[in-house]
Design a protein around this ligand. Structure first.
Ligand SMILES: Cc1cc2nc3c(=O)[nH]c(=O)nc-3n(C[C@H](O)[C@H](O)[C@H](O)COP(=O)(O)OP(=O)(O)OC[C@H]3O[C@@H](n4cnc5c(N)ncnc54)[C@H](O)[C@@H]3O)c2cc1C
Length: 393
């Protein structure tokens, strides 16, 4: 492991998918980059490898007020997935990526009606979503159980193996000259002399620019600079089965129940989708809950009966980061030299694109998106708004 240097032209805090992709993008342009990661359990090293494009019913159920915000950035998801594909070929790597679309299944007429509405909204934002009936599903997805009466099919969706993708992105950043330092926590960032002094668990360093890509850890670091970034951690659960011959080409979700189910190229079936885990101990480690192991596996067997013949060989929990429904990306105007890179809902899908957009800001180039839509300034502005009488407690 590299030692903490005394200085860095650009310091990235957080070595998840966003941080490592960003380190590679900046280093390949000849920038001197140091990335520091606390080594804490995070989203990128525990995620389920779904490449999401359609709106997740789980998100719509839990945060109905955030759906308009999510819709306003829906166009990013197909772009983000296309960017994953581009990266796979640029890195000459095999992410185990496959793009056979995603099915969100319904068991009742009411659920199917909800999916019909949802598919219509998504089409309005450029997604390739349509409703398929049971007869069509028998042809398209014969592995689905008899309880399923129809589904929304979104052709934009897919899956990849995050273990492979993370390793490839990390190796590329190192190859391009970025210095990656693990197991060091950034405790505080202090603006000083047109740069920053950074206090870490391994001592101090000076940085010219800083990108905070620390997921839910960004809140405290930014808060200490009077920059509100109200993100919160959410501990989630995943089960994985022993490998089987390929039989599930799609990413499978449910209209009304928490599940994502897919089969990796390796044959393992990965089952996640929002089952809760518990955060425990002095280091806030995510721990699996027995109820989630059982509930998640039971629901999986209900939707895809042949999964019941497979052993669960591993189960784990990780920390997701909840935003206000969209990404938080770009420069912090109030603190020159400071940038934030938090991808938001389905953040693994969005990760490399989010990193590309922020890298362009750092490099002084025009990003491919209007970054005002993602600016961290929205939270400071919201705090300045007078509270209406109706909103007061
Ligand atoms: C169980 C689970 C399954 C998921 N499945 C999917 C999925 O299938 N598809 C999808 O699109 N998304 C999925 N997600 C969400 C996705 O994983 C995250 O949104 C994404 O990985 C976020 O990437 P990131 O780089 O922003 O943050 P993270 O991967 O969370 O990385 C942040 C890093 O910052 C470091 N850090 C934090 N604070 C500090 C500090 N003070 N100093 C130094 N380092 C610090 C942490 O150690 C961590 O490594 C899932 C999440 C979970 C938990």
């Amino acid at each position: 492991m590299s030692a903490l240097p005394a200085e860095a032209a650009i310091l990235i805090v957080g070595g998840g998918v966003v941080g490592v992709a960003l380190a590679g993008f900046l280093a390949e342009e000849g920038r001197e980059v140091v990335l520091v990661d606390a080594g804490a359990p995070a989203g990128s090293n525990s995620n389920a490898g779904s490449l999401h494009a359609q709106m997740q019913s789980r998100f719509m159920r839990i945060y109905p007020d955030q759906v308009p915000v999510l819709e306003s950035t829906l166009h990013l998801y197909p772009k983000a997935i296309a960017f994953w594909r581009e990266l796979e070929s640029l890195l000459d790597a095999d992410f185990g990526m496959s793009m056979h679309g995603g099915l969100m299944v319904a068991e009742t007429d009411e659920q199917l009606e909800f999916l019909r509405y949802k598919a219509g909204r998504e089409r309005a934002f450029g997604l390739d979503s349509e409703i398929v009936d049971r007869a069509e599903l028998d042809r398209l997805a014969p592995y689905l159980g008899p309880a399923v009466i129809g589904a929304e099919f979104c052709a934009n969706e897919g899956k990849l193996n995050p273990l492979r993708a993370n390793a490839a992105l990390r190796n590329r950043a190192i190859d391009k000259g970025a210095v990656l330092i693990d197991n060091v926590t950034v405790d505080r960032v202090v603006p000083r002399d047109s740069g920053f002094t950074v206090q870490t668990s391994a001592g101090h360093l000076r940085a010219g620019k800083i990108v905070i890509a620390a997921a839910s850890g960004s809140r405290a670091l930014c808060g200490a600079l009077d920059v509100p970034v109200p993100v919160s951690p959410e501990a989630l659960h995943v089960n994985i089965t022993e490998p089987a011959d390929p039989f599930i080409p799609h990413l499978v979700q449910h209209a009304d129940r928490p599940i994502t189910l897919k089969q990796f190229a390796s044959g393992h079936v990965v089952i996640g989708g929002g089952w809760p885990a518990r955060v425990t101990g002095p280091n806030d480690l995510p721990m699996v809950e027995l109820a989630s192991i059982v509930g998640n596996a039971t629901l999986a067997q209900h939707i895809v009966p042949s999964v019941s013949g497979l052993h669960i060989i591993r189960t784990w929990a990780g920390i997701n980061t909840v935003t206000d429904g969209k990404s938080i990306l770009g420069p912090v105007e109030a603190v020159p030299g400071l940038y934030v890179a938090i991808p938001g809902d389905a953040g693994y899908t969005l990760g490399p694109l989010a990193a590309r957009l922020v890298a362009d800001c750092v490099l002084g180039r025009a990003p491919s998106e209007d970054m005002r839509n993602f600016s961290p300034a929205r939270f400071a502005e919201a705090m300045k708004q007078p509270v209406s009488a109706a909103a007061r407690p």
